[in-house]
Design a protein around this ligand. Structure first.
Ligand SMILES: C[S@@+](CC[C@H](N)C(=O)[O-])C[C@H]1O[C@@H](n2cnc3c(N)ncnc32)[C@H](O)[C@@H]1O
Length: 320
């Protein structure tokens, strides 16, 4: 198992674990789909909550599936794993012979298994090929390949939209100039150093590394993290049995906004402009929102796990 940890130090701590389990209520038993299995921390807590609870764990990262499957093997047939993108939850459940679920969880972003493994190229703390694919065994485009292909304008837009980085144009210019000199960016350190030089000295109010936002933006783009997220939430709600629970943990405002707005619409709140004669946003009363405000980690959790700092948990119950 140590080898599967990818050389990381501390194992991944499931974020907002107690709060998520309270909202998902696995004590009711039934099928729980963990759409982002990761290292299986949330799944393990679900399986522990009731002997009647079963878990179908989905992950697009084969290494995570291997790790979690080994960890959850003691639960026997109560745990099954599927290698897929969670956007395909409907066919995955169908293939597993499941029509509906008592609970569905999605805990977005990357796990420590991915982030702390130097060779995965997610972090500027290590020098490694700039990869960033969650499914490292796929033939999808890596971050380095993306930076070599996109135009300067496309790179700037990507860094601005997904990283909310004000200095995106300047960073894109530096990346393309370097590429035109015949030195495309190949490694995490090359990118981190270039961004740091492009944006100049940090302001005293900035507490994050200058490349943080650019790395986040690239990761989101490489893995298409926002594509179809709203549609996924809608599909997940449709797959819940009456009274079933949906819970989503997000780590940046772009994801949280999509989840919040989709849940609102599915709770019947119309999002159309006030003067629209008819509703065209698809609002319907399918769920009751359980978290009027997102649940965020308390001080104790933040002290133990600073990576939880931007986590937000939202949950809903399917109406009868
Ligand atoms: C934050 S981790 C989940 C950690 C997990 N809850 C635990 O307790 O160990 C997110 C996981 O979701 C996976 N993931 C992210 N987006 C995905 C997607 N669209 N489809 C399937 N898996 C995805 C990542 O590969 C990663 O393993």
């Amino acid at each position: 198992m140590a080898a599967l940890m990818g050389g990381m130090g501390a194992p991944h701590r499931p974020v907002l674990l107690r709060e998520t389990i309270e909202l998902l209520e696995p004590v009711r038993g039934g099928l729980f789909v963990d759409c982002t299995l990761g290292l299986g921390g949330h799944s393990e807590a679900i399986l522990e909550a009731s002997a009647e609870a079963r878990v179908l764990g989905i992950d697009r990262d084969r290494e995570a599936l291997r790790f979690a499957s080994q960890r959850l093997a003691p639960y026997g047939e109560r745990f099954r794993a599927a290698h897929a993108n969670f956007r395909d939850i409907a066919p995955v459940m169908r293939e597993a012979g499941e029509e509906s679920a008592s609970g569905i969880l999605v805990d977005l972003g990357v796990s420590s298994l991915q982030f702390d493994a130097p060779e995965r190229g997610f972090s500027f703390r290590h020098d490694a090929p700039l990869d960033m694919r969650m499914d490292a065994e796929s033939d999808e485009e890596t971050a380095a390949e993306m930076l070599a292909r996109l135009s300067e304008e496309e790179i700037a837009r990507l860094i601005f939209e997904y990283g909310e980085e004000r200095r995106s144009r300047r960073i894109a210019r530096w990346i393309v100039e370097r590429r035109e000199r015949g030195e495309p960016i190949r490694t995490t350190r090359e990118l981190a150093e270039l961004v740091a030089r492009a944006v100049g000295p940090q302001r005293r109010t900035e507490h994050i590394h200058p490349a943080t936002r650019t790395f986040q933006a690239l990761r989101i783009a490489v893995n298409g993290e926002l594509e179809g997220l709203g549609q996924f939430v809608e599909t997940a709600v449709d797959l819940l049995e009456p009274g079933g629970r949906f819970a989503a943990i997000s780590f940046h405002s772009l994801e949280d906004r999509i989840i919040k707005r989709t849940l609102r619409r599915l709770s019947g709140q119309c999002e159309c402009p006030p003067r629209s004669p008819v509703c065209s946003c698809g609002a319907r009363r399918a769920i009751e929102i359980l978290t009027r405000r997102p649940v965020v980690p308390g001080l104790v959790e933040l002290e133990e796990n600073p990576r939880a700092r931007s986590a937000k948990l939202r949950a809903a119950r399917k109406l009868d």
